[in-house]
Design a binder for this molecule. Sequence first.
Ligand code: SIN
Length: 359
Amino acid sequence: MLFQKTARSAAALFGFLFCLSLAAQAQTSTLPNVTILATGGTIAGTGATSTTTVGYTAATVGIQTLIQAVPEMTKIANVSGEQVFQIASENMGNEHWLLLAKRVNTLLAQPTVDGIVITHGTDTLEETAYFLNLVVKSRKPVVVVGSMRPSTALSADGPINLYNAVMLAGSQEAIGRGVLVAMNDQINGARDVTKSNTTTTDTFKASELGMLGYIQGGKPYFYRTATRKHTVETEFDVMNLSTLPQVEIAYAHANVGPVAVEALVASGAKGLIHAGVGNGSLPAKVRPALSAARKKGVLIVRSSRVGQGIVARNGEANDDELDFVAGDNLSPQKARILLMLALTKTTNTRDIQKMFSTY
Ligand code: SIN
């Protein structure tokens, strides 16, 4: 009798627990599935003390620790993590980008993945974001995030930035907007954003063109959208590539000579970005070296070190005559990315010029 009573109570308890667990499952199944791909940087950095905000070591904390540090994320998404590599982003190479892009595309092709967050060092974050903006083949959200203070610092910005990035990557609002950068409660587009200050937490800006929106109270608020083509609208496909063409940047300044251009061409560059002064002007001693490089088949893009504004085609140089490309308003480091990808498709200057007006 006693045994039957105990068995009935146990069955009732089991049933109750089973229902609870079903309810919990139903609750989490309504949450978006967001995968965090960790690559290193200050967001995964550690300093000697809580006041060490310079002179710390980047890329030391692994993905699981990053996730455990923000348990609040489990309320807004089903979060999983992968350590793709662990580097300070000044060491980011084309090989890292190819690996990362392939992983992002593979994951986003799975119906069970709703969005991706990439944790990244801030030094080259804008470059990785723009590269992915051109080669990710999905409308699902991809959000790149970093921090300016290491994880051990007082008021570290990594945890809140990561929380916001996961929220954004799981949101409907971020679908189809290209690769986004979420830091400091602001949302920026990959093409326009740049690191604008060496150390402050509000460093990521799209200065003249402006941010796309804010994150406030755990929600994204968009006010504008990217107009240049990106992701599924581009012609670039890196899934079968194991290398990218060598493209280098030659920086112009007062008293500049041909040394850098000649050395870069001799090193085997297939393309050169002229980071010109002003409107991409060609200093008299650099022009013959660039012209000679073009005659040898090296693609030349005129960009500007100014940081804002369009480099006008046939403005400060006769691009038609020199067979150069004008770099639109891309920074030299972003022009390098577009030229590398362009060279995977064509060496025709006119076609490449069109790409610079499209992406
Ligand atoms: C890095 O870019 O890896 C170091 C600097 C940073 O993340 O802020």
